[in-house]
Ligand binder design. Structure first.
Ligand code: RUQ
Ligand code: CUA
Length: 664
């Protein structure tokens, strides 16, 4: 059915292009007005709306008829919103908001459910109900996305979350108590043994106090290796460890793969160890941090670090295992290599043989060869930094520098041997050729073309882009500013995700679609083939607990519902099915402690029931098969009408009940 549909779409594309070629001559672009006349054919509509040939090509490449599925799913960070977005490609339809670090009412997350996950993310008892999500990472098997797990970091508070892609729900939040911020995360090793979380701003270990004047001696950098237990579906805290690094403001990291498997690479941007203080007459951070000519690429031997940790080489910092910098140096776990000043991004090529580092304040992308790094390490580094960390000479490890334009940041790769780098200051995407064997030796290392994007592009995401076999085809530019791309929404404007077609060679990249994103700044995204995702249609069995991913021993079976009392403790056991909750009268007393379990006994796909109790801040989304337990103190007497918040059936409005709290 679908393939028939696709082949007729291909015919349509041909027809559109022929006709559009004619139209393009006569039509002025950008003067989009509403097509008049309900019986106008599509050519007339295209003409009246002023669509060009390129517009029509973009339309047929992205238009996804009702009922037809997207080919890819993009998981994008939702920045300050603390959440993750799932977006279908090529339609750019928003499929799901996944609640992670912040309460989210639609999913009932943090209003009776999900509370235990959010609470795992509290630090020293401090409630933290938001996050700044930056870099999502899909789990991998043999360097390919396997569609099972998604991880994401919170830059603000230095936390990492685990999302199960069977139900698209957050299962765990962890925090390394030795540090309080992060950035270079999350990235996974090729078989998801570790989830890498690089730090960012230098801090005293443990987030303790130390005067800023003692920055060089009292402050540190940090990288955390979270051990992932696939069987349990959780990060194993006891097998996780961190490495203390010099306080150089480590930035973006990437895990080695192929030839470089077992290594991790991070750029950094404050080798100057500037400490700011503009108000004291010091150079401000923005000047101090970029004063020097070079920063350092960090080259970390993770395999060796793991062995040192397992041999007891770590110390305890606030209950977490940290390998101190002296031990790091003694065991040759870290090498540095100069980078052009204030770089951003360290992106490993699909075969793992090169690392691209964006210049940010330098018009080049610098490409390091892993083979050369190995040779330089074997030859023995000749220099050291002020802490005694070996520094590899730039000439000994650099493979190429490609001049791209202003503000190169992040690089992704396709299946043709091209690399794509975002140019923040140019507001453009540069396509360049990787001039090595296995990529595009025929082209050498050179800039191929650039395409303007709107505007101030941060990250790029490529289809299957971080795997060992990227798909090419599509690229998404995650732009920070949208300026004039959409109708005005006041001084705060949405950000703009732009879908770019990279199927054609040379300079024929094309913007296909603009998607406004509100409520969030999507930093990075990963794009996976949709058929790799095997999400459940309904929970496998009635009574399912999504936290344990098994049947809850407390699940309510139809016919056993009721209210029981043991002193001040009241237990409510309820089922939900279209269109009633059983029981419908809950009679309790002021001061009772209530433990309330609801099982949605539906087996029909999408038959979700909501559940809300006024005043008590209880709001649930109970998906087919799910069991939820919540607790509260009945502190306010009165009559409370609870109801289903999902319009689930024609008699949905009747799906309600009364909770009567008798005064003392
Ligand atoms: S950042 S726009 Cu990935 Cu957090 Cu570069
Ligand atoms: Cu259940 Cu409305």
């Amino acid at each position: 059915m679908i393939s028939q549909r696709l082949s007729s779409r291909l015919l349509l594309i041909g027809a559109v292009l022929v006709i559009a070629g004619v139209l393009a001559v006569t039509v002025s672009p950008k003067a989009i007005t509403s097509a008049q006349g309900s019986d106008a054919d599509w050519q007339t509509i295209a003409e009246q709306r002023g669509l060009t040939e390129a517009d029509l090509r973009a339309a047929v490449m992205t238009y996804t008829p009702s009922g037809v599925m997207d080919e890819y799913v993009m998981f994008a960070s939702a920045g300050q919103g603390g959440q993750v977005l799932a977006i279908g490609l090529p339609s750019m339809r928003l499929l799901r908001l996944i609640a992670v670090f912040a309460p989210e009412p639609w999913q009932g997350y943090g209003y009776g459910t999900g509370n235990e996950v959010l609470e795992q993310g509290f630090i020293d008892g401090q409630e933290i109900l938001w996050g700044d999500t930056h870099h999502p990472a899909l789990s991998e098997t043999n360097g390919e996305y396997d569609g099972q797990w998604l991880f994401i970091g919170d830059k603000a508070n230095g936390r990492v979350a685990v999302i199960d892609l069977r139900d698209f729900e957050t299962k765990q939040i962890v925090h390394n108590p030795a540090f309080l911020n992060d950035h270079g995360g999350t990235f996974v090793t090729p078989n998801t043994e570790y989830i890498v979380e690089g730090g960012q701003y230098g801090l005293p270990l443990g987030g303790d106090y130390a005067p800023i004047e003692e920055y060089q001696n009292a402050y540190s950098g940090m990288i955390t290796f979270w051990k992932f237990d696939r069987e349990a579906g959780r990060i194993d805290y006891s097998q996780s460890f961190a490495m203390e690094l010099p306080p150089y403001w480590q930035d973006l990291c990437d895990a080695g793969k192929g030839v470089s498997e077992g290594w991790v690479f991070c750029n950094s941007f404050n080798a100057e160890m500037a400490t700011g203080g503009i108000e004291k007459g010091n150079p401000p951070f923005e000047a101090g941090v970029s004063r020097g000519a070079v920063d350092y690429l960090h080259i970390i031997n993770l395999k060796a670090a793991e062995a040192v940790f397992q041999a007891g080489g770590a110390v305890d910092v606030r209950g977490f295992s940290v390998i101190p910098l002296e031990t790091v140096i003694e065991n040759n776990l870290l090498y540095l290599a100069p980078e052009p000043r204030s770089p951003h991004g360290a992106d490993v090529t699909p075969r793992g043989d090169f690392i691209s580092v964006g210049g940010k304040l330098d018009p080049h992308v610098s490409v390091y060869s892993f083979h050369k790094i190995q040779d330089a390490v074997a030859a023995g580094p000749t220099e050291k930094d002020v802490f005694g960390v070996p520094v590899l000479a730039l000439e000994s490890v650099l493979e190429a520098q490609v001049e791209l334009g202003l503000g190169p940041l992040h690089t992704v790769y396709d299946d043709q041997g091209y690399a794509y780098t975002s140019l923040f200051l140019d507001s453009a995407v540069a396509r360049w050729s990787i001039g090595a064997e296995g990529y595009r030796p025929q082209d050498g290392w050179q800039l191929i073309s650039k395409i303007p994007v709107q505007y101030n592009v941060g990250h790029l995401a490529a289809a299957e882009g971080d795997t060992m076999s990227p798909d090419g085809r599509f690229l998404v530019a995650l732009n920070k500013w949208s300026v004039d791309r959409f109708l005005s929404t006041g001084p705060l404007l949405p950000q703009n995700l732009q879908l770019i077609d990279v199927t054609r060679p040379g300079d024929q990249m094309q913007i296909l679609y603009d998607m406004p994103i509100t409520g969030a700044e999507p930093h990075y995204a990963q794009i996976i083939k949709a058929d790799k995702l095997k999400a459940w249609e309904v929970y496998p069995e009635v009574g399912w607990n999504p936290i344990t991913q098994s049947v809850d021993p407390n699940a309510v079976i139809q016919g056993t519902e009721g209210v029981t009392r043991d002193g001040k403790n009241v237990t409510v056991r309820m089922t939900a099915v279209r269109s009633h909750m059983t029981p419908e009268h809950i009679e309790i007393e002021e001061g009772d402690h209530v433990t309330w379990t609801i099982t949605n006994v539906e087996r029909a796909r999408d038959a979700t029931h909501g559940f809300a109790i006024p005043f008590y801040n209880i709001n649930l989304s109970i998906e087919p098969g799910e069991t939820i337990t919540f607790e509260f103190e009945a502190k306010r007497p009165g009559v409370f009408s609870f109801y289903c918040t999902e319009f689930c059936s024609a008699l949905h409005l009747e799906m309600m009940g009364y909770m009567m709290v008798q005064p003392k």
